[in-house]
Design a binder for this molecule. Structure first.
Ligand SMILES: NC(=O)c1ccc[n+]([C@@H]2O[C@H](COP(=O)([O-])OP(=O)(O)OC[C@H]3O[C@@H](n4cnc5c(N)ncnc54)[C@H](O)[C@@H]3O)[C@@H](O)[C@H]2O)c1
Length: 437
């Protein structure tokens, strides 16, 4: 680990107590990889989760992880020796909070019940000198207005009795091992000692740089990152819609525009899913609704894309009677196994609700997995193969099969690699009147 040269922390000489035992509260996508890495590097780790099946699977070694390197960690001697999972917290030197922060479905308001529950659950085990480090993505001012009061009500003065830090996670499901080790981290702290002590949690494995800041800036930083990406995708999607209206494949135009040295437009798609982008912009909206016009408009554009995609599919198969559609790709983006908030699932639900005969598979998602595309096509006998998520491997496989499928009369529609459907037919223009002689 290296600290940034212009970092706020790290310049004061105050000695910090070592962190030997880490209690990770919430051992899901974010918490478990951290728990595994720390245990493998020799820290004593307690992984706490309210999901008993998950706790049992971690302790029995029967958990199946989607990434080979994470699975190897889970099966390692260090993890066997140093990690124990439980449904309730124990004492420790540092408590990492990595529980969900979902939105209320209708109001889009952040729900902090898991964070509050996690903090309350550690209170009986908290002792003077302990550190609480929040990794969950949280709305602005959550540390100051929710977590600090919970600690104070229990008799702990932050900065005097206990330390408080916020180090939001940036990992990408599908590339977790690589990113948790190599990504730079932003650590906000209630004070300098809090943030420097939080950095000690990551010391055993971190290769990226650490940038230190205050709690609110760390909360905002994570939200800015994801909101920026969401807006960039929304403008790419809006460009694609303009392209549809004008009869132009906007993917090609975006490629051309990105040759400008200061332009980097992301890729249009069938919608934005996952655990972060469809959620985090609403946290900013909750805090300052008067300044989130662009942010909420972008969200709505991205939320509309699955419906737009289903419409394109309908148009592309309109001449077929009762077509059987084999939809490929169910994850929220290519080359991941994560199905959460997936636009591909919404597209299929939309077509399904409309009465189309759709079967849905994804080579990376166990729930709907398959091994061999040719065998799958033989088994399902589709009239249409619809690629919704362009996993590198599936695209290559489908590109290879495409000529033979088309020669058998199977229609292939590939979203995510060029424009699969002709843009909407444009109204015929009235012929120019002949100039009068
Ligand atoms: N998944 C990602 O790619 C990602 C990336 C960056 C940040 N985040 C953020 O990290 C946080 C956690 O996300 P995740 O993807 O790991 O969620 P997750 O649902 O995969 O895991 C969270 C775990 O916390 C457990 N839990 C809930 N309440 C608890 C409690 N009171 N005590 C103990 N365990 C409890 C759940 O049972 C679950 O296993 C969220 O704020 C999320 O926005 C996620």
């Amino acid at each position: 680990m290296t600290s940034s040269s212009d970092a706020v922390g790290g310049t004061e000489a105050g000695r910090l107590d070592p962190i030997d035992e880490v209690v990770v509260v919430g051992t899901g996508f974010v918490g478990l990889p951290l728990a595994l890495l720390l245990a493998e590097r020799g820290k004593r780790v307690v992984g706490v989760d309210i999901d008993e099946n998950l706790v049992d699977a971690i302790n029995d070694g029967t958990l199946n992880l989607d990434e080979d390197r994470l699975q190897a960690l889970l099966d390692s001697e260090g993890v066997n020796e140093n990690l124990v999972a439980r449904t309730t917290p124990t004492d420790g030197d540092a408590f990492v909070i990595s529980v969900p922060t979902p939105l209320a479905e209708k109001t889009k308001s952040p729900q902090l019940a898991h964070v509050e529950g996690a903090v309350e659950s550690i209170l009986p085990h908290l002792e003077a000198g302990d550190l609480i480090n929040v990794e969950s993505t949280i709305p602005p001012l959550t540390c100051e207005q929710v977590i600090v009061p919970l600690l104070e009500d229990a008799g702990f003065a932050v900065g005097e009795d206990v330390q408080l830090a916020h180090s939001p996670e940036r990992i990408l499901p599908g590339n977790v091992f690589e990113e948790i080790v190599n990504n730079d981290r932003v650590i906000g702290g209630a004070d300098d000692a809090s943030r420097r002590r939080a950095a000690m949690i990551y010391e055993p494995f971190l290769e990226g740089e650490i940038y230190y800041t205050d709690l609110l800036s760390a909360e905002l930083c994570k939200l800015l990152e994801n909101t920026y990406r969401d807006i960039n995708i929304a403008i790419a999607n809006e460009f694609a819609l303009i392209g549809d209206a004008l009869g132009v494949d906007m993917n090609d135009v975006i490629d051309l525009a990105n040759h400008h040295p200061r332009v980097d437009i992301l890729t249009p798609g069938i919608g934005v899913g996952g655990h972060c982008l469809p959620v985090d912009p609403w946290f900013l909206n909750e805090a300052t609704p008067e300044y989130t016009d662009l942010i909420t408009t972008a969200r709505r554009i991205n939320e509309r894309m699955p419906e737009v995609t289903a419409g394109k599919v309908r148009r592309a198969v309109a001449d077929l009677s009762d077509p059987r559609i084999l939809a490929l790709g169910a994850t929220y983006k290519p080359d991941t196994y994560d199905l959460r908030n997936s636009a591909a699932v919404t597209v299929v639900e939309d077509l399904d609700a409309d009465g189309y005969d759709v079967v849905h598979y994804d080579r990376y998602a166990d729930e709907v997995g398959y091994d061999d595309l040719a065998a799958l096509i033989d088994r399902e006998s589709p009239d249409v193969v619809l690629q919704l998520v362009p996993h590198g491997e599936s695209v290559a496989e489908l590109d290879e099969l495409r000529p033979s499928l088309e020669s058998e009369g199977i229609r292939v529609l590939q979203f995510g690699t060029g424009n699969p459907v002709d843009p909407e037919p444009q109204p015929e223009l009235e012929p120019e009147p002949e100039p009068s002689p």
